[in-house]
Design a protein. Structure first.
Length: 319
C-alpha cells in the first residue's frame, strides 16, 4: 500500500510486496520518480523527480520493494533490508527517529534472515523462521504488540507465532495470512478494515473468522482488504467510499462480502490506497475504485464501483 505520490519500479522477476525473497530468482535495478519531500525516492536529496532515475546506491540485487507512507523498504536477494524516507515515528527501523533519510540505509537490526516486507504507517517483516517483526507508528495498535506505543527498532510480534505466510499493510492496520489459510488483523478498524463485524480497534492479532481458512492471498488498500480464496472467488471489506471493494456500491462493509462481479477466475490482486486491480486466469485485468488521477488505467477519470476491464493492457498479462 503506497502513499506519498512517489513511484518506484523494480526491474526484476518480482516487484510486489506480496512476493517472498525465495520466489525471486534474480534481482534488478530500481528506478524512482515523483514526489520526494521526505527523501522517499532514495536519491540522496528531497528534490522531486519528473523522470525515472536509477537508485544506483542499491545496485541490482533487489528482490522486493515495499512503499508505505512516505517511506520505502527494499529487500535484497541476500535477505538484508534497506530503507529511506520519512522516519518521524521510527518507521525505518534503524533505532532512531528523524525527519527523513534521503539515501538508502541498511536496517542492520533485522539481520539477513528476511523473506518479505510490507509497509504502511508502520512496517512488518516476515523472517525465514516464520516469525514477524514490526516497527514504526503504532497509534492504533497496528504493530500488533498489545500497545499503542511507537517503536523505532524491530520488535517481534510474539502473538503471531511462527506460522505466518504473508503480510499486507494498510494505512493504520495490518493483516497476516497464516500457513493454515486463516487471516488475522490488527490496528485501526473505524471503517471495518479488520472485517470483524465491528468498528473496534485491535492492538493484538485477531482472526477474521468470517473468512474461514481457504484463503491464498491478501491485498490491502489504504482502508480496505481483498482476499483471494482457493476457489478463485474474492471477498472484500472495509472502506468503500470510492467503490474500491467492487461490489457495485459505495457503502462500507464491516464484514467480508463476495465480490460477485469478479467471478471465480481471479489469480492475483493488487490494491492502492482507494483502488484495486485483479488479474484473471485469462490474463485480463479488472479494476475498481478511485480513478481521479487515472489510477485504473481505463482511459478516463471516472471512478468505478464495479470491476471494469483495463482493455488498454490487452488479455496477455502474466502474474
Amino acid at each position: 500500500m503506497a502513499r506519498g505520490a512517489a513511484a518506484l519500479l523494480l526491474l526484476a522477476a518480482a516487484a510486489s510486496a506480496q512476493r517472498r525473497r525465495a520466489q525471486t530468482t534474480s534481482g534488478g535495478a530500481i528506478f524512482a520518480f515523483g514526489r520526494n519531500n521526505y527523501g522517499q525516492l532514495g536519491l540522496g536529496s528531497s528534490s522531486n523527480a519528473l523522470e525515472p532515475a536509477e537508485l544506483a546506491a542499491l545496485g541490482t540485487d533487489n528482490a522486493v520493494v515495499s512503499s508505505g507512507f512516505y517511506v520505502v523498504h527494499v529487500l535484497k536477494l541476500s535477505g538484508a533490508v534497506h530503507a529511506f524516507g520519512r522516519n518521524n515515528y521510527g518507521q525505518l527501523g534503524i533505532g532512531t527517529t528523524s525527519s527523513k533519510q534521503e539515501a538508502p540505509v541498511e536496517v542492520t537490526l533485522l539481520g539477513t534472515e528476511n523473506e518479505a516486507v510490507s509497509s504502511g504507517s508502520c512496517t512488518h517483516v516476515l523472517k525465514s523462521s516464520g516469525a514477524v517483526f514490526a516497527f514504526g507508528q503504532n497509534n492504533y495498535g497496528q504493530l500488533g504488540i498489545g500497545s499503542t506505543t511507537n517503536v523505532n527498532a524491530p520488535v517481534e510480534v510474539a502473538a503471531l507465532g511462527t506460522d505466518n505466510r504473508m503480510i499486507a499493510s494498510g494505512a493504520s492496520h495490518t493483516y497476516v495470512l497464516k500457513v493454515s489459510g486463516a487471516v488475522v488483523g490488527f490496528g485501526k478498524n473505524t471503517n471495518g478494515e479488520l472485517g470483524l463485524g465491528s468498528t473496534i480497534n485491535k492492538q493484538t492479532p485477531t482472526e477474521i473468522t468470517a473468512l474461514g481458512t481457504d484463503n491464498v492471498l491478501i491485498a490491502s488498500g489504504g482502508y480496505h482488504l481483498h482476499v483471494l480464496k482457493v476457489s478463485g472467488l474474492v471477498y472484500g471489506h472495509g472502506r468503500n467510499n470510492y467503490g474500491q471493494l467492487g461490489i457495485g456500491s459505495t457503502e462500507r462493509q464491516i464484514s467480508p462480502v463476495l465480490v460477485e462481479a469478479l467471478g471465480s477466475q481471479t489469480v492475483l490482486l493488487e490494491s492502492g490506497a482507494y483502488h484495486t486491480h485483479a488479474v484473471q486466469s485469462s490474463g485480463a485485468i479488472l479494476a475498481c475504485g478511485q480513478n481521479t488521477y487515472g489510477q485504473l488505467g481505463i482511459d478516463s477519470r471516472v471512478t468505478q464501483n464495479s470491476p471494469v476491464e483495463v482493455t488498454l493492457l490487452g488479455p496477455d498479462n502474466a502474474m
